[in-house]
Every structure is written in structure tokens, then in C-alpha cells.
Design a protein around this ligand. Structure first.
Ligand SMILES: [Zn+2]
Length: 440
């Protein structure tokens, strides 16, 4: 987990470049403008009346055949994935991409021209923290064409990609962490490639007028046809990684997770972006406090505070919802963004500290000890924690169900409790706690 806050970034000033549009073959000028915080990336069609803009969001995805097209109403922008990949990987969160045509200049078929443009414009930090999507549970998407993408929890944005052409020709693999420097060096120069059998029908229909060996590598049989030699022996898998970064930029948040992709394509990439957005929407929806039944035999906050000496900000139990037996109970704690620990843990990336979850477990276990001893004249001191595991991050808006069970009570002086915390039906942390009793 990062210990320094990450702030949103935009370009420092407007910069532009011109080139050829892939599908129409016409000249197009692309201008990159700074934009305010929480603006995201928007495309502006300067060539149309009223200069409409299109949000680079998955909700606006229209088609994924050969390239990624977004649109709002009747307005379209084609082939957005390379410019989005460059903006995302180079750390630009907010910008306006203005064009006087319906697609960006294709450049040499790589993201090099866009990286050069971003560097020309410069990148500036803004005052608001970045928004992240932290992968908690493994997610995956599959397509009929054989694409498989798995997304795993990770504290960095990583991509491990396997690419293979027809009959597994040019099978390639690369794994990397996506950083601006790594992207510029390893990914941005990788050009678009096509297998001859795939583009032949398009060329026959004259659908790729701007396409040439200047801006794509054509693979025919085992022969690689291109204007200049391959830039990397594994240039194809590198380009696939570029497309993944560009398509996932449509999520609108930075991803902390590991993408493991096998033969990915725009359709599968877009499916993953959709799945991430759905999960984000679900998380935002459950972030409203859940109503918890007071339940038979539970304790409300007043009763909890009669037993526990802890007070704000250190009282980590809102309510005991049930006692299953004398030695087993479940407490609940609603975690809000107002918890003092979120201010410093971490700015822009609030995660509940694991030690606070252990404290919550200890407090719920203490309530069991009190019930058993039937007196408040002695107090249980927390001595040790064993087998502590933090499995998933706990975030603002989560409701933690704290399960505690007394497993051993050795004589009068020592007690042991097995505890775990649950959020959204998944165990987020667990520990075995030892207590000793002392007279107050
Ligand atoms: Zn591409």
C-alpha cells in the first residue's frame, strides 16, 4: 500500500499534433487540453456543430470490432484505445482530447505519438486525491473467441499477458507493473499488428483507407511485413498490453490489481471494464449504512458502553447482534469515512488499519469474558494475538461483522478467543487472542 498520497493529474498546457485517421484516411489534428479535478478524460469533436464532448466511460462504449468506439447520442469517436492507454499510463487523470475528425491520428500504430504529446504538454498534480478501484475478489471474463482475463488483488497495477495468433503462431508472454517510465520504454512503441487473413476482407471492402505498413505490422504466414523491423521480438504482446490499458481506462478510476490476460481483445477488455464498473457501483450502493436488527439477546450501544471502558475514537463495536451461546457472539461495526484513522491511513486511499480490526475483535471477545465472569470488577487485558491474517482491505462504507468465540479458559487467569471479521460475506481478517484477568 502506498504511504504517500497520490493526487489527480492533468496536462500542464495545451499541446497538439496532426496525422492521418486510420479508417477515413483524412488529416486530423488532436489537441490535448488541461481539465479540472474529477473531470476525467473527455473527447471533443471540434468539427461538429456545438462541439459535443463524449465522456471516455464504459457506459459510452459502442463497438469493439478491431478498435474501441465510444459515443453519446449520434456522435462517435473511433479508435480511442491508444490515446487513452497513453493518458492513463502516463498518469493523466483529467484532460480534454479535442479532434477535428471522428478519430485520432493513428501515428505509427503505436502510442508513441501520444506519449510524445503528453510529454510536450507536461503533467501537473492537482489538489484532489486520485480515485482507485481496489480489487478485493478475483474477477474474470471469458469470450467465445478464447480470450480469458482474470483480475487478482494486488497493491500495484500489473498486467501479465499471453498473446497467440492463429494456430498459436507468434505466441508471446510479458508480465509487468504499469508505471509511466515502464510504459514509455516497454509498451508505447509497440505497434498495431494484424494477421493478413483478418484484414484481407476489410481491404477488399476499402474499410481501412488510412491503413498501411506505415501504421501497422501485417503478419502473413510466418512472414512479418512492416515498414521498419520489429521494435521488440515480442512486440505483439506489448501492443496487447497497450490495448488492455487503454480499454480499462474506460473504468474512470485507477486500478490496483493484477490483470492476467490470455489472448485478450477489445471485447474481453471491455467486458472486464464493465464488470469492474458494476462492482464499483455495487460497492457505492452498499456504502449506505445497513440496518441491523437489534435481535434477541443482543446489546445496544449503551449496554456495550456499560461493559467496555473504551470511548470514541477507540470504541470499535457499535452493537452486539447476538449471543449464540455463552461463549460465542457477533458484534457489528459500521466503518465510515469519518473514522479518525482514515485521515492518515492513507490520504487519498482510505483503508482501515489491520490493528484496528484486531482491536475490534478484542473488544467483542472482552464482552464475552465479562458475560462469563458476570462482573465488571475484573478486567480482561489483551495479552497476545496469534495466527493474525488480514485477507482483504476494509474500506469506508463497509459494515464489519465481528465474530468471537471463547475457546479456552485456563483457570481463573487466562482466556483464549478465536475471532474473525466479515465484510460482504467474506472473511477480511482473523486472529486468536489471549487475555489475562486482573482486578480493577
Ligand atoms: Zn491497439
Amino acid at each position: 500500500m502506498p504511504s504517500t498520497p497520490e493526487f489527480q493529474q492533468t496536462v500542464s498546457k495545451t499541446a497538439s499534433f496532426s496525422g492521418t485517421a486510420l479508417h477515413t484516411g483524412e488529416k486530423v489534428t488532436l489537441k490535448l487540453h488541461p481539465a479540472p479535478v474529477d473531470h476525467g478524460i473527455k473527447f471533443r469533436r471540434k468539427d461538429l456543430q456545438d462541439e459535443p464532448t463524449i465522456d471516455a466511460r464504459i457506459e459510452n462504449l459502442k463497438t469493439v470490432e478491431r478498435a474501441t468506439t465510444i459515443g453519446e447520442g449520434s456522435v462517435r469517436v473511433h479508435t480511442v484505445e491508444h490515446v487513452l492507454g497513453a493518458l492513463s499510463a502516463m498518469g493523466v487523470d483529467n484532460a480534454i482530447v479535442e479532434m477535428d475528425a471522428n478519430e485520432p491520428p493513428i501515428g505509427d500504430g503505436s502510442a508513441q505519438a501520444y506519449v510524445d504529446l503528453i510529454k510536450k504538454a507536461g503533467v501537473t498534480a492537482q489538489e484532489e486525491p486520485r480515485k482507485f478501484f481496489d480489487v478485493r475478489d478475483t474477477m474474470h471474463v471469458e469470450s467465445k473467441t478464447g480470450a480469458l482475463i482474470v483480475l487478482l488483488p494486488d497493491d500495484k497495477f500489473r498486467i501479465s499477458c499471453t498473446q497467440a495468433g492463429p494456430n498459436n503462431r507468434f505466441a508471446q508472454f510479458l508480465s509487468m507493473e504499469v508505471t509511466p517510465a515502464g510504459f514509455e520504454r516497454e509498451i508505447a512503441p509497440a505497434r498495431t499488428f494484424v494477421f493478413y487473413e483478418d484484414v484481407k476482407p476489410l481491404m477488399d471492402k476499402n474499410l481501412i483507407k488510412g491503413g498501411s505498413l506505415e501504421n501497422a505490422i501485417v503478419v502473413r504466414g510466418d512472414a512479418v511485413l512492416s515498414k521498419e523491423p520489429l521494435r521488440f521480438v515480442d512486440e505483439f504482446v506489448r501492443h496487447k498490453i497497450l490495448d488492455i490499458i487503454g480499454d480499462l481506462a474506460l473504468v474512470g478510476r485507477r486500478i490496483r490489481g493484477h490483470v492476467v490476460a490470455v489472448k485478450p481483445g477489445h471485447a474481453a477488455n471491455a467486458d472486464l471494464a464493465r464488470a469492474i464498473t458494476r462492482e464499483q457501483t455495487r460497492r457505492s450502493a452498499v456504502a449506505t449504512p445497513r440496518t441491523i436488527p437489534s435481535g434477541e439477546g443482543g446489546l445496544d450501544i449503551d449496554q456495550v458502553m456499560q461493559i467496555l471502558p473504551h470511548r470514541f475514537p477507540f470504541l470499535m463495536v457499535d452493537r452486539i447482534i447476538s449471543f449464540e451461546t455463552e461463549t460465542k457472539c457477533v458484534g457489528v461495526k459500521s466503518v465510515t469515512i469519518n473514522e479518525p484513522f482514515f485521515q492518515g491511513h492513507f490520504p487519498g486511499h482510505p483503508v482501515m488499519p489491520g490493528v484496528m480490526q484486531v482491536e475490534a475483535m478484542a473488544q467483542v471477545a472482552s464482552i464475552l469474558l465479562f458475560k462469563l465472569a458476570k462482573t465488571t470488577s475484573r478486567i480482561g487485558y489483551f495479552m497476545s494475538a496469534d495466527e493474525v491474517k488480514f485477507r482483504k482491505p476494509v474500506l469506508p462504507g463497509d459494515t464489519i461483522f465481528i465474530h468471537a468465540e471463547l475457546t479456552k479458559s485456563r483457570g481463573e487467569r487466562l482466556a483464549k478467543a478465536k475471532c474473525h471479521c466479515v465484510v460482504n460475506d467474506a472473511i477480511v481478517s482473523e486472529a486468536e487472542l489471549m487475555f489475562t484477568f486482573l482486578d480493577k
